[in-house]
Design a protein around this ligand. Structure first.
Ligand code: AP5
Ligand code: MG
Length: 207
């Protein structure tokens, strides 16, 4: 297990989840996905209601809930790729108070491409693996058969998520641009090309 701490940033559909899985495997670090953790605990009662109420609408889950979730997930971890946090300035300040970062990877993707990726995404409910109706379908017919669409990938929710990103998360990107570990990568490329760029950055960091 390595102690590399990686933060992928980018809008919904940028490929954070896709690339985080590759990073975690190649660098032998934990993949912490706030979206996946919340989806597994959608009905958990909190002082602010359940995560599912916000997620299904495409809105951000309140900061106090998120801070507690992430603090718990990062405790006792050495290396990690943290996928989905921070998404507000308050979360960014919180993250700085609990950990340092070795690489901050900002994936930029055009709006039309984001919409295409999100509307075509399908998820295997058994493994959590993401696919795409145009770019990446499983060979196994049994897997193809059981794929589902995420509730928040329906068109009106996608719109809300992109708005939440523009108003609440954009300032987080600006906050990190001056950080010495910040790198911008063209996320419009194919998954393999994006991965090559990320891998080149992380190999440098590790040296
Ligand atoms: P979360 O699950 O994190 O969703 P998201 O940020 O909207 O991001 P996505 O998972 O949609 O996109 P991604 O960048 O991971 O893209 P992916 O790799 O899947 O969060 C869900 C919800 O949880 C939030 O809306 C909120 O309610 C809540 N939440 C989570 N964290 C929170 C926080 N910190 N604060 C508050 N609330 C929080 O790729 C997308 C698709 O494109 C896939 O189909 C994939 O196969 C395809 N694809 C990927 N890369 C490429 C490529 N290069 N070329 C072509 N296709 C590609
Ligand atoms: Mg994701």
């Amino acid at each position: 297990m390595s102690s590399l701490r990686v933060l992928p940033l980018g809008p919904p559909g940028a490929g954070k989840g896709t690339q985080s899985r590759r990073i975690a495997e190649a660098y032998d670090i934990n993949h912490i996905s706030t979206g996946d953790m919340l989806r597994a605990n959608k009905d958990m009662e909190t002082d602010h209601g359940t995560p599912g109420e916000y997620m299904d609408a495409g809105e951000l889950v309140p900061d106090p809930v998120m801070k507690a979730v992430v603090e718990e997930a990062l405790s006792d971890l050495d290396g990690y790729v943290l996928d989905g946090y921070p998404r507000t300035l308050e979360q960014a300040e919180h993250l700085e108070s609990v950990t340092d970062l070795d690489a901050i990877i900002y994936l930029t993707v055009d709006r039309e491409e984001l919409i295409r990726r999100l509307s075509g995404r399908r998820v295997d409910p058994e493994t959590g693996q993401n696919y795409h109706v145009e770019f990446d379908m499983p060979d196994d017919p049994a897997v193809r058969e059981r794929l589902v669409q995420r509730t928040d990938d329906e068109p009106d929710r996608v719109e809300t998520r992109l708005e939440e990103y523009a108003t609440k998360t954009r300032p987080v990107i600006e906050h990190y641009t001056d950080h010495e570990a910040f790198v911008e990568i063209d996320g419009n490329q194919s998954p393999d090309e994006v991965w090559e760029d990320i891998d080149a950055v992380l190999r440098d960091v590790g040296e």
